[in-house]
Design a binder for this molecule. Sequence first.
Ligand code: COA
Length: 156
Amino acid sequence: MTTAIYAGSFDPITNGHIDIIKNASKIFDKVIVAVAYNANKNSSIPVKDRVEIIKKSIINIQNAEADSFEGMTVEYAASRGASVLIRGIRNTGDYEYEAQMAQINNVLNPNIKTVTLFSKPELSIISSSAVREIQKNGGDISEFVPSAVLEYYTKT
Ligand code: COA
């Protein structure tokens, strides 16, 4: 059984992320969507709420689940018995960053391999920070995020 970790900030999760999770769930036996505590990023939604939003957004993907972790992604992956890290690539800008991270993670734990999946062109323009910016300024984010994100913003 192959378990894959899809780690990220997911602040908030977007339809671009959901597309990657759906594709990964067709390839791997289990996909764990893991919210990383990232001290370098100013977060807007608390990690606990991000996990709850993800749970609601992936409810129809039978072999996917949501979690959070602190520290190194490879260590978390090993602790969950995962041998694959999923990353999504939207454009050439993502590629540079992803290649470096995959290479570093490979040095840190050669038993854990990074698999990159490419975004659909129509989803490649989405980023969490763009969603936050539009939402903050009263714009319509419904094209970009799952309904659980809209519900969250409506309640808070
Ligand atoms: N659809 C939509 N948006 C996408 C996307 C997709 N398919 N793929 C990436 N993005 C966006 C995210 O929305 C996010 O946007 P933002 O910067 O506007 O908020 C951006 O791309 C970065 O994505 P994210 O997956 O959140 O990356 P990250 O750089 O914040 O975090 C970790 C990546 C958590 C996996 C990484 O930092 C990590 O592993 N941290 C733990 C420490 C560690 O082990 N480091 C590894 C050694 S280098």
